[in-house]
Structure formats: structure tokens, C-alpha cells
Design a binder for this molecule. Sequence first.
Ligand code: SF4
Length: 541
Amino acid sequence: MKTKRLLLGDEAFALGAINAGLSGAYAYPGTPSTEILEFVQKDPVARERGIHSHWSSNEKTAMEEALGMSFCGKRSMTSMKHVGLNVAADPFVNSAMTGANGGLLVVAADDPSMHSSQNEQDSRFYADFAMIPLLEPSSQQEAYDMAAYGFELSERLAIPVVVRFVTRLSHSRAVVECHDEPAPENSLHYPANPLQWVLMPAMSKRRNRQLIADQESFERASEESPFNKYIEGADHRVGIVASGVAFNYLMECFDGNPPFPVLKISQYPLPKKSLRRLYDSCDSLLVLEEGQPVIERQLRGVFDAGKKIYGKLSGDVVRDGELSPDAVRASILKVRPDVKGLSEGAIHGDSDVVVSRPPALCPGCGHRDVYAALNAALAEYESPKVFGDIGCYTLGFLKPFSAIDTCVDMGASITMAKGASDAGQFPAVAIIGDSTFTHSGMTGLLDAINEDTSMLVIISDNLTTGMTGGQDSQGTGKLEEICLGLGANPAHVRTIDSLPKNVEEMKQLFKEEIEHKGLSVVISRRECIQTARRHAGAKKA
Ligand code: SF4
């Protein structure tokens, strides 16, 4: 039996995975992928079945945990935002060498336009780099259907499969037709070739040759994929290659009936035969893809021998930020100004209704008091530098605090402060949240402990992962023990409640520890008021 549900793209994929016999989901929260694991955690079938779905310390550990479950023959997935794949890159690339036993899906959610990210990197490069297949849903229905398809593909080809989301698909809702009968989970069974999972040079060399040989079957799977479609069109002056959500925008521009031949791409490696067919039958090609010019670049290498290829590299499709129906419409008009049947563009300008609001720390947030105290403490120094990190507290960069000098990647506050201190910077201060600390800060702290670097590390502990909506933080209740366990000097691991009444005391504490010639850690603690409210509400209910 089938039912219809209104779901976010993230939720549709999570439900599709549960209904396809998922046994374990591993993730670190990050916009726009967070809702995938959240859905698994709340879904009644997943709970009843006991599907494993806890937050991991970071994307690398999540990837390795999912790989371990796949080794045991069960279907697993890991989900992360695009920059999380950088953190998971080591096990991710090596998972192409081990292959998969139980179906293994690696979901990377890209954020073109950088709504909540540091860059616009395109995860399709990673799949190409690791030489493994990638699926790119163009709708919520495809997101749902691709979970089961992806598990089957992963098991059939014995390789992890990447699923690439983008923000618009992750965070928009549509009606999705779902199966009511979840498939059974795989039983525990081990890889047919266990030696493939021991990546020592002799085994790896053999496996690498196999992976290269397997590329042919990966490409054949793309040619035969139900998600890659060739659509005939009468006007052969342009053939359009449209991938992922760009295909939807194209359909919207022509009310579902474009006059040109179209090749929809939702599975990689690229289906070269279908591309050749389009290229040979059209005078030119227009490439529409969300993110970076991944397809266009590959086409130019293969086909750029005479016929014009229009796309991001040629300047005919907008190169940065997200695509939209309007952007696609503008590109088509550039390439074929006389095109017929193009629908009217919607007005996507500034809204009179939605007033843009700059981001800010919530009123009453403990990070505010930390910054007030830190700024007061540092006012007495000539050239203090504060190395920031990724979380709500990054907003300390903005007015009224203007309190941090850098923000690069998860954990970089501590390591950059250490490098600066090594260079002679004084004072050198790192500020990092509790969740970011357990994600990627602990190893950097160990470096600083080992050299007793003169620097102050502030762990602003809000007892949650605040920025992504209040998921569990792995260090809650044990940050002091972690720091001491790593070897920090107990005399310089100090704790304070970051409350307005303690700002003066916090300032004095920061000053004392800045003056200490060695490493100091101050843990400033106050629960995120958003999660505190939720917890209070849950208690009342
Ligand atoms: S969500 Fe929580 S941690 Fe983030 S700014 Fe608001 S109160 Fe602070």
C-alpha cells in the first residue's frame, strides 16, 4: 500500500532509507543536512525497530561508524553538510577501496549561496575523486525513491554511493508517495572478500586495479539508471544537460514541455553514451547544474571540438550562488533569444513582506556575557587576537561585540591560536563551543598541552549544539574531565557560569589566565536558552 506525505527533501530521503531496511544512521549536525538524522530519531518505525541513530562526534567518526555497519552486512548511512565531507574525507576516499558489504549511502548536502556555510564546494567532485557513483535527486519524490535504489546499487556494485543534496531540495516540502511496508533489515553477514578491508599496500594495489576496472560497470549503471532520462525535443539548435534541481527549474520555465532535447542527469559517473547522443543530434549544448561546473568541465574535455558548449565556464549561466527558474530562464534567452514557449518569470526580487534581519546572538544567550567579559579583559592589551570557531558564537564577530578575528573551520580556533602564540602573539585567545570542541578541538588542545603553549582557550559550553537547533553535544557533563584527561594542568582548567551577574568575575578570570605563561582553559557554562525553554516546556507537558 502507498500513502502520501508532505515532506522536506531531507525527511523524504530519511523515510525512504527507513522503509528500505536501514539499520544505522550516523551524522554530525550541519545545515542543510541535520533534518535527515532528526527524522530517523523521531520516526515511530525506526524507534520500534531500534534503528541506531545517535549523533556522532564528527563527520569522520560518523563515516567510519557507518562503514563498520556496512562491513557487517547491514544497510547504513551517514549524512553531513558539504564541508563535513572534508572532515570525513580520509575514511570516505578509503571506503572506495574497501567497498561496501551492506548498502552504504554517504549523504552530502551542499549549500550553494552559502546560506549557512563557509564555502560553495560541490560534493560531486568528491565522488569523482574517490571514483564512486553519485545520485543527485531533482525532487523530494526522487529523494525518497533514491534511498532504496541507492542501497540496492551500493550492494549490487559493492561500493558506497554518495547522495548529493542542495539546500533548496533539503529544505523545501512536497507531497511524496511512500510505501507503508518497510523492507526487512539485512541479517548480519560478512564481506565475501575480507582481505579487501585491510588496506595494506599489497591488498590496496590489487583493490585499486579492481576499482579502476569497475568504472565501466558504474558507468553502465548510469546509462541504465531510471533517474537519468533522455527527453526528445523538436528544436535541435540547443541540447540541454540539466542535473539535480536544475532539471526542475528547466521544467518550470517551459511548463514541463521544453522545445529542446534534454538529458536529465541524476546519477554519476556521467552516462557518456547518452551525452554523445545529445551532442551529435544538436548544434550546441547548454549545461544547467547547481553548484560548480562539474559536468560542463567534463564535457569540454570530451566534446569541445567544434560545437559551442554554453554553461558556467562560458559565462552563460550564473557562476556563483544558487540557480533559480529566473536564472535558468535568463540563460536560455541568452543562448536562444527567439525561444518559444518560455513561461513568464515570477518576480523573485526583494520582498515587501519579508524584511531581512541580520543574524544575532539571542537575547539572554550566555555567549553574550562571555564576549562582554572577554572584550573588557582584552581592552587593556595593545594587540590581542581572538581565534574563533564555528557555532552560534561566531556571531561574536558582528557588532556590538566585534570580538573575533578569525573563523576558518571546525576546531581551527585552538590550533590557529597555538600557531599565533608560537609566532609570538600575545595575548592569543581561542574561543570554541562545546560541540565544536569535541568535534575537532580536542586534538588541537592536545598539541597545546604538549607544549604548554601560552594561550587561553575558552570553551563556551551551552550544553548543546545550538546553531543547528539543539542536538546532543558529545561533551556535555564531561568537558573538565576531557581537558584533564588530555593532560591539561588542573590549576589552569577553570569553570565559571556565564551569567550577566558574573561578567566582572569572568573578566578577572580571563585576565589571570591570559597572564599565566602556559596553557589555560576556561570553561564558561550556561545552557542555550532555546534548548532550556524546550526542556522546560517538555517537563511541563
Ligand atoms: S540558539 Fe542558543 S546558543 Fe545559539 S545564540 Fe541562541 S541562545 Fe545562544
